[in-house]
Design a protein around this ligand. Structure first.
Ligand SMILES: Cc1ncc(COP(=O)(O)O)c(C=O)c1O
Length: 456
């Protein structure tokens, strides 16, 4: 029986099994284990940890007395600066009126879902919060599976099939989420694919929510291209400062809305939602964001430096797993990889591991490696995990600050890993032990029985 707490009665969204974001929950668990002296390797939490750029930090402190409510979509000066930035960096024809800033892109995605259409078309796998947001709004989700063999790119015939299927069931698929560079796979969509999807969306009159929060973290040979270049009338582009400038806790996101008449109506709807829910982004943060988007060569150079460091750290993990023959798509952006352990299904089953949640728990419990199960991302493949390279060897502020300083002194990737990433190297070895144990049929004792080490 469901427990009732008078006079607290839950709404539909509250009682229908909505869970806290998986990424935030695992982070709490890892902190608990660290608190108990356990030597857990944090590959679960996707948070860029590099320090605040000094010019942005200065702008924040200089504006601490800015305490008035601001316009719900952001100050005009900031919106103009952001429009210029998107024109310069992403070749998008953006005007001031098309820019909205909000407390994180997460809130702006939610506001857009609230304002727009019925069913949400969502690739599998995709970031943890889109489906719960649709759930909170009572909107159905159509999942479209993607495959590692095709680099997790959406296949048009599968997409078409899922849309037709929904329409035959009186569904109304109208809103389509794309995300590149992609969380959880770290893959980047090829420009030709972006163009083809834009054409598809136009043909099917779909509204595209293009989550480009990792746009400036693309480190591979595939450049990031925004779908709004090809479908400006039907795309909202989301960005912000959380990833490439490591400012997740500042809660600053951007939406670039369409320009035409429909776009203006949508901007108005977002403004109404913002003004009735969050009012505006924290005023000093808006003034600091102005510096982040101004095109200062120091800040742009720092973004580039951080992206190169993320690339080296992520590719180290990818190559370590590849040497162990763990299937994994090659990452080209963000700080994630998405390996599959399907080929070890039998030895895993022999130790009671039957799905990816069991697998994530087994790795945490026996090998002290914190990861996220692929099912948190609605993966179409079982026994997948998402690993993030963003936290390890950067867990404390001192270590996070030491990394860019060391990389500036010596940008050689091998030495950068060898001399400054002890834990990344150790966790790669742990994966080696795990695979060797699976292949030799050996079992590892519970890690709680081992000597506790408090290093992070
Ligand atoms: C794909 C994706 N979109 C959006 C967000 C939310 O970012 P923000 O800090 O701008 O709300 C995240 C954060 O983890 C993410 O991974």
């Amino acid at each position: 029986m469901v427990e009732r707490f008078k006079p607290i009665r839950f709404s539909r969204a509250g009682v229908r099994g909505l869970k806290a974001s998986a990424t935030l929950s695992i982070n709490d668990r890892v902190r608990e284990l660290w608190g108990a002296g356990r030597n857990v390797y944090q590959l679960a939490f996707g948070e860029s940890r590099f320090p605040v750029h000094p010019k942005i930090a200065e702008a924040l402190t200089a504006n601490v007395q800015k305490r008035s409510y601001l316009h719900p979509l952001g100050t005009t000066e900031l919106r103009t600066t952001i429009a210029d930035f998107y024109r310069r960096k992403f070749d998008l024809d953006v005007s001031t009126e098309q820019v909205a800033v909000g407390p994180g892109s997460k809130s702006l995605i939610f506001a857009s879902l609230l304002a727009l259409g019925e069913e949400l078309i969502l690739p599998q796998p995709s970031w943890v919060s889109y489906a719960p947001q649709a759930h909170l709004l009572g909107k159905p989700v159509i999942y479209v599976p993607t495959r590692p063999e095709t680099n997790y790119e959406l296949e048009q015939d599968v997409l078409e099939h899922r849309i037709q299927e929904s329409r035959q069931n009186w569904g109304n698929p109208e809103v389509f989420v794309v995300n590149s560079p992609k969380n959880p796979t770290g893959t980047v969509m090829r420009p030709q694919k972006v163009e083809a999807l834009a054409e598809f969306a136009r043909e099917h009159e779909l509204m595209v929510l293009s989550d480009e929060i990792y746009a400036l973290t693309a480190f591979g040979s595939t450049p990031h291209v925004s779908i709004a270049r090809f479908y400006p009338e039907g795309s909202i582009v989301f960005g912000g400062l959380s990833k490439h400038l490591s400012l997740g806790g500042w809660r600053f996101g951007v939406a670039i809305l369409p320009s035409e008449r429909g776009g203006r109506a949508l901007t108005h709807a977002i403004e109404n939602i913002a003004s009735n829910i969050w009012t505006c982004v924290t005023a000093p943060v808006q003034y600091a964001a102005q510096v982040a988007y101004a095109g200062d060569p120091d800040v742009d150079g720092y973004v580039d430096l951080c992206t190169r460091m993320h690339g080296i750290r992520t590719l180290f993990l990818y190559h370590a797993l590849k040497r162990l023959k763990i299937p994994c798509a090659e990452p080209a952006g963000a700080f994630y990889i998405f390996p599959s352990f399907e080929r070890w299904r039998e030895p895993l089953a022999a130790r009671g591991v039957h799905n990816d949640e069991d697998l994530a728990l087994h790795l945490l419990d026996r090998y002290e490696i914190a990861t996220l199960p692929g099912s948190a991302f609605h993966s179409a493949q079982d026994l997948t995990l998402r690993l993030s390279s963003s936290y390890i060897d950067a867990a404390t502020d001192e270590r996070a600050e030491a990394l860019p300083a060391a990389f500036r002194r010596d940008p050689d990737p091998e030495r950068f890993i060898r001399d400054h990433h002890p834990r990344l190297q150790q966790v790669a070895e742990r994966f080696g032990e795990f695979i060797a144990d699976l292949e030799n049929g050996t079992q590892r004792a519970r890690s709680g029985a081992r000597t506790a080490v408090s290093a992070r």
